[in-house]
Ligand binder design. Structure first.
Ligand SMILES: [Zn+2]
Length: 329
């Protein structure tokens, strides 16, 4: 990809991140070989979280550094014991899975795997021979058909998540961030780990989670997991960003309680200007397939909630289909 193919906004973002951050981790979620992350002292294999060694706990489970439902097939951590693995799966990852579930199934309809079908009163989406087929009634107000040809439209899909607890879902992301973190950065996250183990209780007023949706068929292909570290000591922007790009989504989450983030007062609202992470999509892609849309969520709540989702689609072609010979709609 040529740099000149990117939009001005994306170039500004790239400049910002190049100036203020270094990329500490950059790995694909799907690789031909397993990526086994391991701390240096393999003879005394230790859990990054509880700190116990192979003499105290077992390491029998294959511990995914990032949950599989986020598209991670390849990154395994050797430093997560079975007890912690089980705890994170049931306590945190289950909540993130419930939140991500409906969006994920819709992306799979767009993608190549499986043939799920989504049906609501307003439309039916299923996988056809040449891609996704979407059925709406002729009198539907969901899309403006005057232009013919191709275009984009947004469906206010009444797609509900299962009840999930936002702060627990956030912890699933942070656990994944700590799993992929380079060993030398672990001392930065001592408090983060205590918080993950419920050994430090904090009630957040705000826990910001940023994510972007990019239309198209699996635009992020094999996915990516990244850790970006702030260069300057005193600049008041987060010290560590955790980035996951998978299917149509890019998640950007700050790792809380880093030692170098003493400027942040946790538990209260903090103000810093967020510059969203750049995306790899060209201007041509954005014009043809659709623009990336960013969302800002607050995941501080520790009570279960249900979220309604919205989805947007690009279509190449509109066809009229007569469902019934007697009708001429
Ligand atoms: Zn452990």
């Amino acid at each position: 990809m040529n740099k000149h193919d990117l939009s001005k906004l994306n170039l500004e973002k790239i400049e910002f991140y190049n100036k203020h951050y270094t990329v500490e981790v950059d790995r694909p979620l799907i690789d031909s070989n397993l990526i086994k992350l391991s701390d240096k002292n393999i003879n005394e294999r230790k859990c990054r979280f509880c700190g116990k060694s192979k003499f105290e706990v077992t390491f029998k489970n294959r511990a995914h550094a990032i949950p599989e439902f986020l598209g991670n097939k390849s990154i395994i951590t050797m430093n997560e014991c079975d007890v912690c693995n089980q705890f994170f799966a049931s306590e945190y990852e289950d909540h993130l899975a419930k939140w991500f579930g409906p969006m994920r199934s819709l992306c799979q309809i767009q993608g190549k795997h499986g043939t799920p079908k989504y049906k609501s009163e307003k439309f039916v989406a299923k996988k056809g021979d040449k891609g996704m087929e979407l059925f709406v009634k002729a009198d539907s107000t969901l899309m403006n058909l005057n232009d013919g040809g191709s275009g984009n439209f947004k469906i206010p899909v009444e797609m509900e998540t299962q009840p999930y607890i936002p702060i627990k879902a956030a912890k699933a992301f942070i656990k994944a961030a700590v799993s992929v973190l380079p060993e030398e950065l672990l001392p930065e996250c001592e408090k983060t780990i205590l918080w993950l183990l419920n050994k430090a209780n904090v009630n957040f007023d705000k826990f910001p989670v940023f994510y972007a949706f990019t239309p198209g068929v699996n635009p992020y292909k094999n996915g990516r997991a990244m850790i970006c570290k702030r260069k300057s000591i005193e600049m008041e922007i987060p010290f560590l960003w955790f980035i996951i790009a998978t299917t149509n989504f890019l998640f950007q989450i700050m790792v809380p309680f880093c030692k170098s983030d003493s400027w942040i007062k946790f538990g209260t609202e903090n103000k810093f200007n967020i510059m969203y992470f750049p995306t790899p999509f060209t201007e041509k892609y954005e014009t043809k397939i659709g623009k990336t849309v960013w969302y800002q969520d607050d995941w501080a709540s520790n009570i279960p909630i249900i979220q309604n989702r919205e989805a947007s689609f690009h279509f190449d072609r509109i066809e009229e289909k007569h469902l019934n010979k007697d009708r001429t709609t």
